[in-house]
Design a protein around this ligand. Structure first.
Ligand code: ADP
Length: 254
């Protein structure tokens, strides 16, 4: 990986669904290698549509996506709000499977899986079944499974929205630390101003009807963010700024 080098550029991306809804219009967005970009906006502003287009699961109606390596639908990790683990398989098997499906020997795949489980603080739970895990732990497994193949882009669609606040804070802390250590490229969809400012290097605020990016903010914060940052005046001030942009984005057009 080459931090800062472009990974994908979207130009003039528009998406109109068959029913006529203009879900996205005029999306210009460059994602660099190693970026942590948050897409922040109310329901219906096209965040999921944008992720689906990045994943190659849906095609834009107009505009283009230019991947620096020229390979459009390739090598994307996805984490959803639901961890979607296989209930009949152990944590280790869940995380090793994507590598085995890609042709890796089982023992080697399990070595990689064990490494990623340790990175998400689940060492010692390799042989547990998903039903024995809390919601936060299941989400950690889901993150390990998405990263074990080292995708060129990780897409996260409101992954922590169903978790209680304490668990969510812990996962935010740990995801930030994991990103600092591994520098994968991530696009993270959220409704939460607090989460976006805590996690991201850059926030794109979106508005609905039609779905578009109305403002983009770099987050000015120390790299290693933790409780100190979360309780700082600087964090509160940046949350206020982003929150104002979000409120403006939600007002009906004059
Ligand atoms: P968000 O993720 O921000 O809530 P979505 O991307 O899910 O927004 O949806 C954007 C708009 O497109 C909404 O008005 C939604 O109803 C509409 N939409 C989403 N998926 C489809 C679909 N498959 N067919 C028709 N309309 C859709």
């Amino acid at each position: 990986m080459n931090p800062g080098a472009p990974l994908v550029s979207l130009r003039g991306v528009r998406k109109r669904y068959a029913g006529g809804t203009l879900a996205l219009d005029g999306i210009d967005l460059a994602i660099g290698q190693g970026d942590f970009l948050a897409l922040l906006g109310p329901s219906g502003c096209g965040k999921s549509t944008l992720l689906r287009i990045l994943a190659g699961l849906d095609a834009p109606s107009a505009g283009s996506l230019d991947w620096a390596d020229g390979k459009p639908q390739h090598d994307i990790g996805f984490v959803f709000q639901e961890p979607t683990l296989m209930p009949w398989a152990t944590v280790m098997r869940n995380v090793a499977l994507p590598l085995e499906l890609a042709g890796m020997r089982r023992s080697e795949a399990e070595d990689h899986a064990a490494t990623w489980l340790a990175r998400v603080e689940l060492a010692g739970f390799e042989h547990a079944y998903p039903r024995a895990l809390s919601g936060g732990m299941k989400m950690r497994v889901s993150i390990a499974r998405a990263l074990v193949t080292r995708p060129r882009l990780l897409l996260m669609d409101e992954p922590f929205a169903a978790l209680d606040e304490i668990t969510r804070f812990r996962l935010n802390n740990d995801l930030r630390q994991l990103w600092l250590a591994e520098r994968f490229t991530v696009v993270f969809v959220t409704h939460s101003v607090f989460e976006s400012v805590f996690l991201a290097e850059r926030i794109a605020v979106m508005a609905p009807r039609p779905g578009r990016i109305v403002q983009s903010f770099p987050v000015a914060a120390p790299e290693g963010r933790g409780e100190e940052f979360r309780t700082s005046a600087d964090y509160a001030a940046q949350c206020r700024t982003v929150s104002h942009a979000l409120s403006a984005a939600m007002e009906p057009a004059a």
